[in-house]
Structures are given as structure tokens and as C-alpha cells.
Write a protein that binds this ligand. Structure first.
Ligand SMILES: *Cc1c(COP(=O)(O)O)cnc(C)c1O
Length: 474
């Protein structure tokens, strides 16, 4: 594909994406076809000669791929947590693909590293994170692919600290323990298992039944019990905005406990971290001055396409010591001078994409005010929906809704609630998901698509009340 062929095909692809976005609301949010439908529509052997036109590819995208998608950018998508993308993010990513550079070392593409450092400092300012996370001090930020990877590298740095550096040589030689609430994300158990602590190494700490937030007294008791057994408390993962209900763990109290015992404290704010661009939502980030590492996903609620997790450490030295390996073929004068950042030492893989570009495009396009408007719109739409729930005796709220997620249920048994969810999702107009709170089945409506408006949230409510009509008597 020479540059002129690329230019022509590229314009066609950009047009196709713009058409997709502008007609998205007409599609069913999720496919109804049985497993294997997409695979069956594809040839079983690869093309021999090549040279197919981009028009043929786009036609197959329309005919085969789009009907097999769950449309995460759809205005009626209220499932899981949002996974926003946006025009500026996509264009920044396109430039990154076009440049095709590797940013594993400063020396392998200086601008890739330096733009990332500045973007992470910009983001830290936008969220008003403590000074200690800025690259100008002992800390700093790095883009990981996901919150899962952020938790993994935090766990490795914590092992490095808890073993006084021995872990790098001996591996896991003691019973190192990790702590998170029963609502801690599944990626925490995965990280702990990958790090070699085993599923038995994770302590699931009870939550307060009213707030669903981790109970500091239960955390302290678990730590004390492990110490008494000769185990090594290694890392606590607190959550700001749990996946089930967006509960906020009491980070100031947890931080004080971690400081007392010298335990690494990582805060997982994958979804709710984006809220801190709004000063009125920063109460949720209290206590971060105690924290060793913190992450959130701009790829969830901050208009930046997957993948983009923003991860900061208070002391980059511990992280780098934990992860660095220096083969001869990567030695270079810039690294040896100590004057540059080599992000390969801040993550699991060696290679890395130029992901800072999409953040740069997003931050310059929207500015702090545009990002705040996006977050505020999600919070207001969730509050509007929650008001509807509150006003209808057949329904009840199942948790507080500080951000853009509403957890609610019919005042009926679990099976009836599951049937309600199935009915509204079958309409193809909206997609909601569920969780369990205090053992009970609960529906979740998470707002986040920049295309979602009052109309779409009101439609979700109408569909729910219609579907509920013969499920409960008013
Ligand atoms: C979504 C989520 C994760 C996982 O995010 P990835 O970036 O996909 O790894 C982790 N923690 C919480 C609280 C989440 O909501």
C-alpha cells in the first residue's frame, strides 16, 4: 500500500467510522445471533493473492462484523462500566499507528517517553493528585494497558519492598499476603496469583453492609492474624468506585493502617478516578497522600479509547528496582547517565506503543472544562434515573450513586429481577448488566457514552417499567 493508496483507503475508512458513529443509535445495542454466526460467515482459508479493495473490506464489516458487535459507544449502552472513545482519541491512536515507534527506552524514541511523562503530569494536575506522584519529585506516572496490569506491577513492587529486595533473586520465599475488600476487582486476585502468592495469599476483607466499603477494623484484624502466623502482609488494594456498586473504600483510615505496618497501599480507581477532574467529586479521592500507587482508566470514562490506564507511584525507585533487567543489547549512554526515564522498567512487556498521543489529542480537544462537562453529564443522568427509581414504589435503590452508576432492583425475588433484566435487554434498545449486593440480585445502569442523553435514560426507564408491569403488582 503506497502513500497514495493509503490516503484514498484511509479517507474511506474515516468516512465509514463517522457514518458508524452517526447511525449507531439505530442499531440494536447487542447482537442476538447464536455463537458461531460470525465465524461461519468468514472464509475458512486465508486469501492467496491479496489486493482486495478497502471497499470490499468495508462491505464485509457492514455485513458480517457490525451485526456481531455489542456497541459499546451506543447511547443505550448502560452495561458494565463505559468504555469511552472519541474522535480525538481515535485520531491520536491513528497517528501512533502511523508512526509505529517503540518507546521501550528513552533512547528508542525520546518524544514518546517525554510526551508521556508530561501527559501523566498533566493528568495528575487535572485530578489534583498529591505532589508526590509528579515526575518532578520521587514519583511519576506511566501508561499501562489496563488497571489489571497496574495492579500486577504494584504487587511486584510491593513484593520487592516486603522482601527487602530478596524476591528478585529467590522468588516468593515466604507467605506474602495481599488484602482487598470482598468487592475488590477480579483483576486483583489474578495479579496476586500471577505474582506467585496463590489464591490463598489473598485476604478478602468484609465490607460495611450500608456502604459496601472496606471495614478498616476487619483489615487490621486480618493483618494482625497474618503477622501472628508468621506471614508477611505485603499489599493492600483499596478501591475508589468498586465495580459492583461504586463504593469508595476509606483510604485515609486504610492508609494509616498501611503506614503503621509498612504495607504497600495501591488504590484502584479504574472507573471512578475520572470523576476527580471535577472539584466537587474530589472528596472520593481523600487520603491519596498515604498511597504508594494509584491508577485509573481514561479508557473507561474519560473519552480515551482502550487501552489507556494511568498509573502513578510515589517512589519510582522501588518500582524500577523491582522490574529492571538490563541485557547488553539495550545498554545505552542516555540510560546510563540516569537523566532519562526508560518506561520498560515500569511495566511487564518490553515494547510499548505511543499511547500518550491519544491523551494529548483528547486533553487538547476537550480541555479540563470539556472533560468536566462529560463527567457531570454522566452524574446528572444517573441522578435523573435514580429519581425515577425512588419515585416508583415497585422499585428500590440498592446502593448509593455518587458517580454515574445506579444499582436498583424490583421489590421482588432474584429470579424476577433476572427476568426483568433479560426482558429489557431483549428489546435491543438498551443494555444493562447485573451484580449481587448483600447476596441479592441487583440491576446496574452505568451511564458513560458521550451520545447518551436524557432521552436515552428516560427510554431505559420506560422499557423497565413496561417490562415490570406483569412481573409485580403495583
Ligand atoms: C474495570 C475495572 C478493573 C479492570 O480494568 P482493566 O483496565 O480492564 O484491567 C479493575 N478495577 C476496577 C475497580 C474496575 O472497575
Amino acid at each position: 500500500m503506497d502513500p497514495d493508496e493509503f490516503r484514498r483507503a484511509g479517507h474511506a475508512v474515516v468516512d465509514w467510522i463517522a457514518d458508524y458513529w452517526s447511525t449507531l443509535h439505530q442499531r440494536p445495542v447487542a447482537p442476538a445471533d447464536p455463537p458461531g454466526t460470525v465465524a461461519k460467515a468468514l472464509p475458512s482459508v486465508p486469501p492467496t493473492t491479496g489486493g482486495e479493495s478497502v471497499e470490499a473490506l468495508l462491505a464485509d464489516l457492514d455485513a458480517i462484523v457490525l451485526p456481531g458487535l455489542t456497541h459499546w459507544q451506543h447511547p443505550g449502552f448502560f452495561g458494565y462500566f463505559p468504555a469511552n472513545t472519541s474522535g480525538p482519541s481515535l485520531l491520536g491512536d491513528l497517528v501512533s499507528s502511523g508512526l509505529g515507534v517503540q518507546g521501550m527506552l528513552w533512547a528508542t524514541s525520546p518524544a514518546c517517553t517525554e510526551l508521556e511523562t508530561v501527559m501523566m503530569d498533566w493528568l495528575a494536575q487535572l485530578l489534583d493528585l498529591p505532589q508526590r506522584f509528579r515526575s518532578t519529585g520521587a514519583g511519576g506516572g506511566v501508561i499501562q494497558d489496563s488497571a489489571s496490569s497496574a495492579t500486577l506491577v504494584a504487587t511486584l513492587a510491593a513484593l520487592h519492598r516486603a522482601s527487602a529486595g530478596r524476591w528478585r533473586v529467590t522468588g516468593v520465599d515466604r507467605r506474602y499476603r495481599a488484602y482487598t475488600s470482598v468487592h475488590g476487582h477480579s483483576s486483583i486476585e489474578k495479579a496476586v496469583r500471577i505474582a506467585g502468592l496463590g489464591a490463598d495469599g489473598i485476604r478478602s476483607i468484609d465490607v460495611d453492609p450500608d456502604t459496601q466499603a472496606l471495614r478498616p477494623d476487619a483489615l487490621r484484624a486480618a493483618i494482625e492474624a497474618d503477622l501472628a502466623a508468621g506471614d508477611v502482609p505485603t499489599i493492600v488494594v483499596a478501591t475508589i468506585g468498586t465495580t459492583s456498586t461504586t463504593a469508595v473504600d476509606p483510604v485515609p483510615e486504610i492508609g494509616a493502617i498501611c503506614a503503621e505496618y509498612g504495607i504497600w497501599l495501591h488504590v484502584d480507581a479504574a472507573y471512578a478516578g475520572a470523576a476527580a477532574v471535577c472539584p466537587e467529586l474530589r472528596w472520593s479521592h481523600a487520603g491519596l497522600e498515604y498511597v504508594d500507587s494509584y491508577c485509573f482508566d481514561p479508557h473507561k470514562w474519560l473519552l480515551t479509547g482502550f487501552d489507556c490506564d494511568a498509573f502513578w507511584v510515589a517512589d519510582r525507585g522501588e518500582l524500577i528496582e523491582a522490574l529492571t533487567v538490563l541485557p547488553e543489547f539495550l545498554r545505552n549512554a542516555a540510560s546510563e547517565s540516569g537523566a532519562v526515564i526508560d518506561y520498560r522498567d515500569w511495566q511487564v512487556p518490553l515494547g510499548r506503543r505511543f499511547r500518550a498521543l491519544k491523551l494529548w489529542f483528547v486533553l487538547r480537544w476537550y480541555g479540563a472544562e470539556g472533560l468536566r462537562a462529560h463527567i457531570r453529564s454522566g452524574v446528572a443522568l444517573a441522578a435523573r434515573f435514580a429519581d425515577r427509581v425512588r419515585a416508583d414504589d415497585r422499585f428500590e435503590l440498592a446502593a448509593a450513586h455518587p458517580f454515574s452508576l445506579v444499582c436498583f432492583r424490583l421489590r421482588a425475588d432474584d429470579d424476577t429481577n433476572a427476568e426483568l433484566l433479560a426482558r429489557v435487554n431483549r428489546t435491543g434498545r438498551v443494555l444493562l448488566t447485573h451484580t449481587r449486593v448483600g447476596g441479592r440480585y441487583v440491576l446496574r445502569l452505568a451511564v458513560g457514552s458521550p451520545q447518551s442523553t436524557e432521552t436515552h435514560v428516560d427510554e431505559a426507564w420506560t422499557l423497565l417499567t413496561d417490562a415490570a408491569k406483569d412481573l409485580v403488582t403495583p
